[in-house]
Design a binder for this molecule. Structure first.
Ligand code: MTE
Ligand code: MO
Length: 412
């Protein structure tokens, strides 16, 4: 089953059988002596390795992209370089509202107090003795893709610059329910105010029942202790919920009967709807996907022909059930292959073989999660919110490809 249109051919089965990329793909049969064909690296001893491994120095251009206003830093993941569902820890996006604190682990304490029978105080040593769970989950800033939401003309940037405030890691830590149950919840307990130990005391109010079910105090990220960027030595982690509630450098949990309406939840992190009403406590990140290969600012390789479209999809509500891809600006769609494991509230990788014929094309991906939630087009997303709203943008991302192979962000 093939899609129509002059934008090339999408196919469910790959074209690799017919992938003759020309001379570059063939082994030279030249009659050169064996020694001449030996790479230099085979002729000498190698160098020393490092106690803590680093990426190849040939990969130094693979970095997080900083955009910064005073005291507020955003580092974005270069998603266009990621293959697979785990973001390398050093490339995890970061949002610091008040800079990056340097916290000595032996001095850090976490307090649990408020509407509890027994207020508790945990140092790291004590917390480390509790049973831990490991979960693979994405984390996405509510403001991810804000430029696409706000800019009247599509910004000409890389995928990472446009939508790199999302990453996916394995998180390991202590289920918050263990700590709250040990403290003992008192009558009327409904909310928990979580506060970080950074300057500006970042704090958010979260509904207790949801935390009891899903939240953890995360201590490890991809097998090692949290990076400072991610909240070392401990952070609150709430799968599928907007990045902002995942309080880093967590030092206080106050159980209350009502939300505190902190600055962080009454200001930036509310949504203004088209009719002027304000949506508060919209915690879940919705279903979303991006094509990572090819993507913004890249150029299609020569020779034209076979190209494996690849991307990432995720949903704050559950598992990804399917991803459809269009190469003709949304006129026709084909279902992409999902690569397992399709984990709950985690990045899921998808691919679809494509034969690009060298003419203009518009690539789009549209993910659907296990609950049937899917992505709106940009126009539908814009009509739901006030014109200055930008949080929770999850519209279909489109990449325009020119006849010269240049790939750019477009609206479709
Ligand atoms: N204490 C504290 N926690 C914080 C923040 C902060 O500035 N201070 N930023 C929040 C925001 S806006 C986001 S999107 C996530 C980002 O998590 P990351 O930096 O680990 O990617 O952390 C949240 N937790
Ligand atoms: Mo954020």
């Amino acid at each position: 089953m093939l899609s129509s249109g002059g934008q090339g051919r999408l196919a469910r089965r790959d074209f690799l059988g017919g992938l003759a990329l020309g001379a570059g793909g063939l082994v030279a049969q030249a009659a050169e002596p064996l020694a001449a064909r030996m790479p230099d690296s085979m002729k000498t001893l190698g160098g020393a390795d490092l106690p803590y491994g680093q990426p190849s120095h040939h990969e130094q251009r693979v970095q997080r992209q900083l955009s910064s206003a005073a005291g507020f830093a955003v580092w974005r993941t270069p998603l266009q370089t990621q293959r697979g569902i785990i973001t390398p820890s050093g490339l995890h996006f970061a949002v610091h509202h008040n800079g990056l604190p340097d916290i000595a682990p032996e001095q850090h304490v976490l307090m649990v107090h408020g509407l509890v029978h027994k207020p508790l105080r945990f140092d790291l040593q004590r917390l480390m003795r509790y049973p831990m769970v490991s979960r693979v989950h994405f984390l996405e800033c509510a403001g991810n893709s804000a430029a696409n939401a706000l800019s009247p003309l599509p910004v000409k940037q890389t995928l990472g610059e446009i939508a790199g405030e999302v990453s996916c890691s394995e998180w390991t830590g202590v289920p918050l329910s263990y700590l709250l149950h040990e403290a003992g919840l008192r009558e009327g307990a409904q909310w928990v105010v979580a506060e970080g130990a950074d300057g500006g005391s970042h704090s958010r109010s979260l509904p207790l029942q949801a935390l009891l079910k899903d939240a953890m105090v995360a201590l490890y990220q991809n097998g090692e202790r949290l990076r400072p960027s991610q909240g070392y030595p401990m952070r609150l982690f709430m799968p599928g919920w907007e990045g902002n509630v995942n309080v880093k450098w967590l030092h206080r949990l106050e159980v209350t009967d009502a939300p505190a309406h902190t600055k962080d939840e009454s200001g930036l992190y509310t949504q203004v709807l088209a009719d002027g009403r304000i949506e508060r406590f919209a915690f879940h990140m919705d279903v979303k996907s991006v094509i990572t290969h090819p993507s913004g600012q890249q150029t299609m390789p020569e020779p034209r022909g076979f190209f494996e479209i690849a991307g990432l999809a995720w949903s704050g509500h559950g598992r990804i059930a399917r991803v459809d891809v269009s190469a003709d600006g949304g006129r026709s769609w084909m279902t992409a292959q999902l690569h397992g494991p399709a984990l709950d509230r985690a990045f899921t990788r998808f691919t679809l073989p494509w034969r690009w014929d060298g003419r203009k094309a518009v690539l789009m991906s549209r993910a659907t999660d296990e609950h049937g939630r899917t992505q709106p087009l940009r126009s539908a997303w814009k009509s739901r919110y006030a014109s200055h709203s930008f949080n929770h943008y999850n519209a279909v991302q489109a990449w325009g490809i020119d006849a010269d192979g240049r790939v750019e962000n477009v609206y479709a």
